[in-house]
Write a protein that binds this ligand. Structure first.
Ligand SMILES: *Cc1c(COP(=O)(O)O)cnc(C)c1O
Length: 368
């Protein structure tokens, strides 16, 4: 009786289950190759930032990395480990960052000025990582501004306003092993370190690589790698940690030639059973995957029928005997033949990161 009650409440809603053991395994695997900063931005790529942070730090990560100051400050409640934030603005609340002991990426003299102002207000020295662009023209300082930034940082360090603890950059082609752009970035990074030394700075932590380069480009590892994707199972030999399930809400038996859903993009080619699943693109099921995607039900892969709607999708379950209340696995680690997040990414012509971070807020999460 008790088991029935528990499982029937499980059946009522879509559920995202996060397997922290997989995150632990992935962290240990990567930490055996490199010194690891666990990147837990965007709520740990949708897995839960606090839980992933604790798990990664318990399995060999030595620091945490996030994009925004709000993300960093929230994590301070979880750990005393170093936390680095790299997407800030000169109007960001650097006082709060320094009071919480957050380390800051510095991509410009503007940022540096705002941070030294906060250092004077709080009477705390900011721990900073000077941030260089080595060839993707995104968030680091352009190379022609590096010497100016270095000299300004050296002055601020002499005044006790900052400690330059690190230097960083990011690769635009880390996914392509052996790409010449990566070798060029490594060379620029090394030259930029020489510039820092020439003005008297000695950054102890040099970091360039994220997951892909950490796995494939030993020359890019330097003192630390910023690992996001790998923690969550993106990369060879790693294990995906998310499983998304949903109940079948209803079934209907239809004749051959029945059009299904918006646009009638699917028409049944035989008499069959259709099953309704309460998940749609507002929950992060990519509409563009319609026509390619399948899910697991009763141990079998069954295709989506027609276009994913905002809140619902339909699957064609043929003669599997599917009934309302059956549980469908939308994705998981793949052990039982269910699709993986990597499959959904391929069906949607995107990368797994976008599927992971796109799961909507209506989906109940359980982290274990
Ligand atoms: C997101 C991000 C990372 C993590 O990249 P992965 O490929 O997910 O490991 C590392 N560094 C920076 C600057 C990032 O923005």
């Amino acid at each position: 009786m008790i088991a029935l009650t528990a499982s029937s409440s499980m059946l009522t809603e879509p559920r995202l289950t996060v397997d922290l053991d997989a995150v632990g395994h992935n962290t240990r695997t990567l930490a055996s190759k490199t010194t690891l900063m666990a990147v837990v931005k965007a709520d740990g790529f949708g897995h839960g930032a606090a839980e992933v942070a604790r798990t990664a730090l318990a399995n060999g990560a030595i620091a945490l990395g996030v994009a925004t100051l709000d993300e960093a400050i929230a994590l301070r409640a979880v750990t005393d480990a170093p936390i680095l934030a790299w997407v800030t603005h000169r109007a960001s609340d650097f006082d709060a960052a320094l009071l919480a002991g957050i380390e800051l990426a510095v991509p410009s003299v503007d940022h540096l000025d705002a941070i030294t102002r906060a250092a004077r207000t709080t009477r705390l020295a900011a721990r900073v990582h000077l941030h260089l662009d080595t060839g993707m023209a995104r968030d680091g300082a352009p190379r022609e501004q590096w010497l100016t930034l270095a000299a300004a940082a050296r002055r601020a360090e002499r005044l006790g306003q900052i400690d330059v603890v690190g230097m960083m950059s990011h690769l635009g082609l880390g996914e392509k092993p052996g790409h010449p752009a990566t070798a060029a970035a490594v060379t620029r990074f090394v030259e930029a370190e020489a510039v820092l030394r020439s003005v008297g700075l000695r950054p102890a932590i040099r970091h360039l690589a994220a997951t892909a380069a950490a796995l494939n480009e030993p020359a890019a590892r330097f003192d630390l790698c910023r690992i996001g994707a790998g923690l969550y199972g993106i990369g060879a030999g790693l294990r995906e940690a998310m499983t998304l399930t949903a109940p079948v809400v209803s079934v209907r038996d239809v004749p051959r030639g029945t059009p299904v859903g918006y646009g009638h993009s699917y028409v049944t080619d035989r008499a069959t059973r259709l099953a309704l699943i309460p998940l749609g693109y507002a929950d992060g099921i990519p509409r563009i995957a319609s026509g390619n995607a399948s899910v697991l039900v009763r141990g079998r892969r069954t295709p989506l029928a027609g276009t994913v709607s905002m809140d619902q999708l339909v699957i064609d379950v043929g003669t599997l005997g599917v009934e309302a209340g059956d549980i469908v696995t939308v994705f998981g680690p793949g052990d039982d033949g269910e699709p993986t997040i990597a499959d959904w990414a391929r069906w949607s012509r995107t990368i797994p990161h976008e599927i992971m971070t796109g799961i909507g807020s209506r989906v109940v999460r359980s982290v274990a």
